[in-house]
Design a protein around this ligand. Structure first.
Ligand SMILES: [Zn+2]
Length: 138
């Protein structure tokens, strides 16, 4: 049974959204500080990657654990199950489609979970840096 009032639920959903934005911001500051620059934010290429490196053709997505159904800590909402199931399923399907389409255009895709960046930004940065350098100068 859902013990939340509608107002509380709305509040929680907005918390989920803003925490992802905050993590994204923190990660961008982190990579900037470490010298990865010349990227675009909210690029207009397919899927609107959170961070895009045009020279390396490298698209970085930071996927919210809730919205993209992280296998580690996704929590199914207690109410409006059908609504959320459908919405999240569509997101997951869309992510896969975007990966495929970008691959066709020789754009390399990196996806990080929100929790990965939160728990270990260094590791995410190392992965990003390695991929970036691999595609540098081509
Ligand atoms: Zn997660």
């Amino acid at each position: 049974m859902d013990t939340h009032t509608p107002t509380q639920r709305k509040y929680n959903m907005s918390q989920i959204k803003s925490s992802n934005t905050l993590i994204e911001l923190r990660f961008r500051k982190y990579i900037w500080k470490n010298g990865l620059r010349r990227y675009r934010l909210k690029s207009k290429i397919l899927g609107k990657p959170d961070i895009y490196f045009p020279q390396q053709k490298l698209a970085v997505f930071i996927d919210g654990c809730f919205w993209h159904k992280c296998p580690i800590d996704f929590i199914r909402p207690k109410s409006k199950n059908d609504y959320w199931d459908r919405k999240i399923k569509n997101n997951v399907r869309r992510d896969k489609k975007i990966n495929l389409e970008l691959k066709k255009e020789s754009i390399k895709v990196l996806r990080f979970w929100e929790h990965e960046i939160e728990n270990n930004p260094e590791k995410c940065y190392r992965i990003l840096r390695t991929t970036y350098e691999k595609h540098n100068g081509i």
